[in-house]
Ligand binder design. Structure first.
Ligand code: 7TS
Length: 415
């Protein structure tokens, strides 16, 4: 791949992430736990510090210089992020603590207001728990019923079942764009088209998509889209919910407090316009501003290049894992249907032991059920080891992973 931007020179790009330049257990760190959270570039860290050092004030309230600056930066970041995900109107972007809060907002506000006995919520069996449990909570309180789109042996959703699963009682289809446990990329457009036929709304959990590919919420045709800042080079506790204006306007507030009201009386209050109606209390001002910086950073590197790079790493890693042998990789075999997440098991070696051995060599991966217990149940396992890539990883990182796994194999013997 020709290097045309200094940010794409792997060494120069990697050098912009201070946390990557450290040793763990006497080895240079290899960070392959990006599906859990990404590292942060200096550019984002500087945006965070600059806000606290120069502009720190509460937003929308103070009639003074610092508050004006904080408000301009905070609302400017909203415009930036709205554009970043293809929204037409920045008022349709509600700041949240991340994907989990975004989904809870919809389940709680829209769900409690709209759902009734016998209504159906359609999820998929490859969801992260944060796109299952909020719906279970609302289903229990409203009498709604949860149904699931199942997956095949490669962890791909069985869309042939959709015509039967989508009924005139289906009110909501909530699915992930990309699975964190398997890397499966779901055909969202196809799902939204079918859901529309029965008048159901579609919420997309974009936690694993927004960091890695160009997302356009309008093109996807969904009604809500949730994402987390910390997985896309931004700070923890930042993220958002995009929703169609008409829906957000019709939904009751999620939390009550300051910032979200127009008037407050002794018995009744009235609400602020969207998005403020859903942003009770002092928001994560620094987080939103730094997330704006993260969006700028990713835009400058360019999603075409990020996606191409991650695909190359994925392909290289899968080949090398295959050569090593004794490894079962879960998820789709067609690279067009998956992202840079490799979930695997190795014979009798417990995923936690694999992760511990790799950690002793300075290699960070994740082991466990990845908050996707339905996925584990589907494959009849309790856990997998998971390596996940991001823009700063290199084939050297993959080589170190393979060396580490070779030593796991020596310890546990061939599978
Ligand atoms: N949805 C998906 C698909 C995710 O991967 C995650 C986090 C969430 C929702 C929740 O995001 P949060 O930012 O609100 O916590 N996934 C992971 C993971 O795979 N390992 O740690 C967190």
């Amino acid at each position: 791949m020709p290097i045309t931007s200094p940010r794409l020179d792997r060494t120069a790009l990697r050098a912009q992430f201070p946390a990557l330049a450290q040793e763990v257990g006497g080895h240079p760190l290899v960070y392959l736990d990006n599906a859990a959270t990404s590292q942060k570039p200096q550019y984002v860290l500087d945006a965070l510090t600059a806000y606290y050092e120069h502009d720190n004030a509460n937003v929308h309230r103070g009639i003074h210089e610092l508050s004006r600056r904080a408000t301009v930066a905070f609302e400017g970041a909203r415009v930036k992020l709205a554009k970043f995900i293809g929204a037409a109107d920045s008022a349709e972007l509600v700041w949240t603590r991340g994907t989990t809060e975004a989904i809870n907002l919809v389940a709680s506000s829209w769900g409690m207001d709209t759902l009734g006995e016998g209504d159906e919520i359609l999820l998929s069996s490859l969801e992260h728990h944060s796109n299952i449990v909020p719906w279970q909570l609302v289903a229990r309180r409203t009498g709604a019923r949860i149904r699931y789109i199942e997956m095949d042996e490669q962890g791909r959703l069985i869309l042939d079942d959709l015509p039967e699963l989508l009924t005139d009682r289906t009110r909501m289809v909530a699915v992930s764009h990309i699975s964190n446990a398997l890397g499966t990329v779901n055909p969202i457009r196809e799902i939204t088209e079918q859901a529309k036929k029965v008048g159901a709304l579609v919420l997309v959990d974009g936690a694993q998509a927004v960091p890695h590919r160009r997302v356009d919420v309008q093109e996807l045709g969904c009604d809500f889209y949730a994402f987390s800042g910390h997985k896309m080079c931004g700070p923890t506790g930042s993220g958002g919910l995009w929703g169609r204006r008409s829906l957000l306007e019709s939904m009751p507030p999620y939390q009550g407090g300051g910032e979200m009201i127009r008037t407050v009386g002794r018995e009744e209050s009235t609400w602020a316009e969207i998005p403020h109606k859903f942003e009770a209390g002092t928001p994560n001002i620094a987080g939103a501003i730094a997330l704006g910086a993260a969006a700028d950073f990713l835009d400058e590197v360019g999603f075409d290049r990020i996606a191409e790079h991650e695909r190359e790493l994925l392909s290289y890693a899968l080949e090398r894992l295959d050569d090593l042998g004794g490894i079962r990789v879960y998820g789709p075999t067609d690279l067009d249907e998956r992202s840079g997440v490799i979930s695997f098991t190795m014979g009798d070696a417990h995923p936690h032991d694999i992760s511990t051995i790799l950690d002793s060599r300075g290699i960070a991966i994740r082991a466990g059920h990845h908050c996707a217990q339905l996925v584990m149940q589907h494959f009849g396992i309790s856990a997998t080891a998971r390596a996940s890539f991001y823009l700063y990883n290199s084939t050297d990182d993959v080589d170190r992973l393979i060396e580490g796994l070779a030593s796991v194999k020596e310890i546990f013997g061939p599978a």
